[in-house]
Design a binder for this molecule. Structure first.
Ligand SMILES: C[S@@+](CC[C@H](N)C(=O)[O-])C[C@H]1O[C@@H](n2cnc3c(N)ncnc32)[C@H](O)[C@@H]1O
Length: 230
């Protein structure tokens, strides 16, 4: 579903400042609430896990992309490529940061929230972000090309009917000097606040707070951050 190709292009997307501001929001919550044992679901290349480690927290990450997990291990953080329902340990906090929930279609999301509930200790927190409708239709929708010496990337994202379909094309220079073309599509799903609240409640969570978050500097919130308690 395009996750491995996303892993190859992530470093070129120039989202460092945005990711930093989002991670800071999550880290502040972890520190203020003195949460010590954290599972980062959809940990990507392990930036948040690394920050948790620096702050003396016990942290484990999972991701469905083996390429992302390889980068985590090179970074020296603890991560595995595995589905959430195979995690056996229990944690004080689960995080799912930077669009992870948007990757999950409506039906499997119900199971995903139940699985998250099951990996938490009693009183544990689940914190995640999702794109608002504005975030999908006005911010994410659009095209982008990145042209570097050995790499060319074309991204075309179209939001329609509650789905954002992002086509990624990558041309990568090989040792022979020829360019190899790779192509894939990632689908992200819009979940409105009320349907999320219902799914979370059905899974057993109490939704403590839903915070508007402005990731890309527009005058409307492009994300919501949910804080839920078991
Ligand atoms: C945009 S990246 C964000 C990575 C990281 N959380 C961060 O803040 O930098 C989204 C990640 O979610 C992962 N992902 C998508 N669906 C997932 C799922 N159901 N379970 C675990 N990881 C998932 C993708 O492979 C990708 O690494």
């Amino acid at each position: 579903m395009g996750l491995e190709l996303y892993s190859k292009i992530e470093a070129y997307l120039d989202f460092e400042d945005e990711v930093y501001s989002l991670h800071k929001e999550f880290m502040t919550f972890v520190m203020v609430n003195e949460l010590d044992n954290i599972i980062d679901i959809g940990c990507g290349q392990g930036y948040f896990l690394e920050n948790l480690k620096i702050n003396g927290k016990k942290a484990f990450g999972i991701d469905l992309s083996s390429e992302q997990v390889k980068v985590c291990l090179q970074r020296g953080v603890d991560a595995q490529c595995m589905p959430l329902n195979e995690v056996k340990e229990k944690y004080d906090c689960a995080t799912a940061i930077f669009d992870v929930i948007n990757y999950i279609p409506k039906k499997p999301l119900k199971e995903f929230f139940k699985d998250t509930y099951n990996v938490l200790n009693e009183g544990g927190y689940f914190m995640f972000d999702v794109n608002s409708l504005f975030g999908f239709s006005e911010v994410a929708d659009g095209s982008l090309t990145i042209n570097k010496e050995d790499i060319f990337i074309a991204i075309d994202a179209v939001y329609d009917n509650e789905e954002l379909n992002t086509n990624i094309t990558l041309f990568e220079k090989q040792e022979s000097g020829l360019y190899e073309r790779q192509e894939d599509c990632i689908t992200q799903y819009y979940h409105d606040k009320n349907s999320l609240k219902k799914l979370l409640k059905d899974a057993g969570f109490h939704v403590e707070k839903i915070k508007e978050f402005n990731l890309h500097g527009y005058d409307q919130a492009d994300k919501y951050i949910f804080i839920c308690k078991k």
